[in-house]
Design a protein around this ligand. Structure first.
Ligand code: RP5
Length: 180
């Protein structure tokens, strides 16, 4: 039985998000999630656990994650991408799936394998190679019970808005600036 509840404060530095992937070949995509969690100072762990190559280790990881204090699992996989769904089957934690594009089908295989979960076992699926959004979704989930994280997310959204506004101003800048 889990001794961890969503209200428990995590010990400093204790990972509360697990970023897992089926192979180290997914890392170049999944690094986007690492960067976002670093940016928000969310403690996390990164591991390779394969649904197909190390099924017993994958199931053990999924069974133990909540009791170890993990609050959200981000799982990336490509091809017949069973990892996110299999983890969601053995943990009560929210699982965010990242379809990783392989060379043959441009990630459509990964996307459909992850998004088409049967009734009762949800995986929150982001876009193909959308690891950054997976981490942003994890931050939003955690921010429900963390006011500082919620404030940081609002700041991130304000930055995005400022960038779009700057793009718009650039687009409509009159010709004849200093370089002309
Ligand atoms: C999946 O198989 C992994 O998630 C990876 O996307 C894909 C290919 O793995 P490698 O053959 O590159 O190790 O399980």
């Amino acid at each position: 039985m889990s001794t961890t509840t969503p209200q428990d404060p995590a010990a400093p530095g204790q990972p509360i998000v697990a970023i897992v992937m089926g192979s180290s070949s997914d890392l170049s995509v999944m690094e986007g999630a690492v960067e976002i969690l670093d940016q928000f100072a969310v403690a996390h762990e990164v591991r390779v656990v394969s649904a197909h190559r190390t099924p017993d280790a994958m199931l053990a990881f999924g069974h133990q994650a909540a009791d170890r204090g993990i609050k959200v699992i981000i799982a990336g996989a490509g091809g017949a991408a069973h990892l996110p769904g299999m983890l969601a089957a053995v943990t009560p934690l929210p699982v965010v799936g990242v379809p990783v594009a392989l060379s043959n089908l441009d990630g459509l295989d990964s996307l459909l394998s992850i998004v088409q979960m049967p009734r009762g076992v949800p995986v929150a699926t982001v876009a193909v190679n959308g690891a950054r959004n997976a981490a942003l979704l994890a931050v939003r989930i955690l921010a429900v019970n963390d006011a500082a994280l919620s404030t940081a997310m609002v700041g991130y959204q304000q930055d995005l808005a400022r960038q779009a506004e700057a793009q718009n101003e650039q687009l409509h800048a009159p010709p004849g600036g200093p370089e002309d």
